[in-house]
Design a binder for this molecule. Sequence first.
Ligand SMILES: *Cc1c(COP(=O)(O)O)cnc(C)c1O
Length: 406
Amino acid sequence: MNDLSDWRNHHSASILPALGRPQRLLVRGEGVHVWDETGKRYTDLLAGIAVNALGHAHPAIVEALTRQAGTLGHISNFFASPPQIALAERVLALAEAPEGSSVYFSNSGAEANEAALKITRRTGRSKIVAVEGSFHGRTMGALALTSKAAYREPFEPGVPGVVHVPFGDEAALRAAVDTDTAAVILEPIQGESGVRHHPTGYLSAAREATIAVGALLVLDEVQTGIGRTGAWFAFQHPELGEGIVPDVVTLAKGLGGGMPIGATLMFGRSVTQLLQPGQHGSTYSGNPLATAVSLAVLDTLAADGLVDHAAALGERARERFSALAEVTEVSGTGLLLGLELRDGSAKDVTTAALEAGFIVNPVTETRLRIAPPLIITDDQLLDFADALPGLLTAAAQASAAPEGRA
Ligand SMILES: *Cc1c(COP(=O)(O)O)cnc(C)c1O
């Protein structure tokens, strides 16, 4: 492809449109900004779907990646490496995991959940209780945990044993958790189904119900983990977490800041012991490159106070967005926010936002998701609040025009 302006044709001719055709070709990024091939600049309020915690081309990531690539890039699981061990210790410390806890590293959120699912099978029970609206990934095991029928049905028969209980119904959850239940799996905030909160008391109910029958509580913090909600982990968040301690936590997205990495945290010796040596693995598990970058991400988040920043800016942004007549509800916490639009389609507003130089995500038909890099400043984020009324007008005009925009 010599001429980048022809990228759409080349993309169509060579790349599976797994999630539809992309809207832009991005060629460069720096901080909270990315640029397309025409030189147009966008403020990235989605961060690769809650991934680029340090934004784009952060010097700490560039330094860690180049240093590690020039030192030791890949080994195998027959060997250990310093960044792998350091990252495991760091993540367990941040999670305040008890003695005997351990980490299994993988390469994505789906893989982190696959490992969690295998752990649950080792309890000797096979029933898993998941929640309607949940998203846990697209590989066969993670897919079975994911609620959306449209994602699962084309691939049946799926992995058996999973039941989905209605969202927000504590009684239904309690009723579903019985002595056949190996685990309950939950996202502390459902990301993909619209930045949705469980009702107050739901997480503690899940914890209580699982303890009562000796089942595991698995928290999928792939989207909510690593500072996103204004706490290192959502389960530690003063309001979201309800003081519970899970048995298994899965991570990815923000953990690598853009480097593909996933992690499955096993809390305590009894959970760690469920997976015996040889029962799970991946060639890249704990790869030095990925773990060195992840360590740099965690170091920078801590050194720059970015988790507290996410909490404080999230509050200011919530106030500002809530004050807009165009927004009927602001869901989410920290820098994972859902903006429910009074009218207008979230998809059309996303297109208008792109035209105006903002990247956001239509997480439902009527709700925008905002999940910017945690390094974003007040002005950079609140500029979008100023722009939003105009974007709704632009979106309405574009959808009224017979062929959309010219
Ligand atoms: C994105 C996501 C996943 C899947 O992660 P991948 O890296 O895309 O496989 C799983 N669970 C949650 C909550 C997610 O947001």
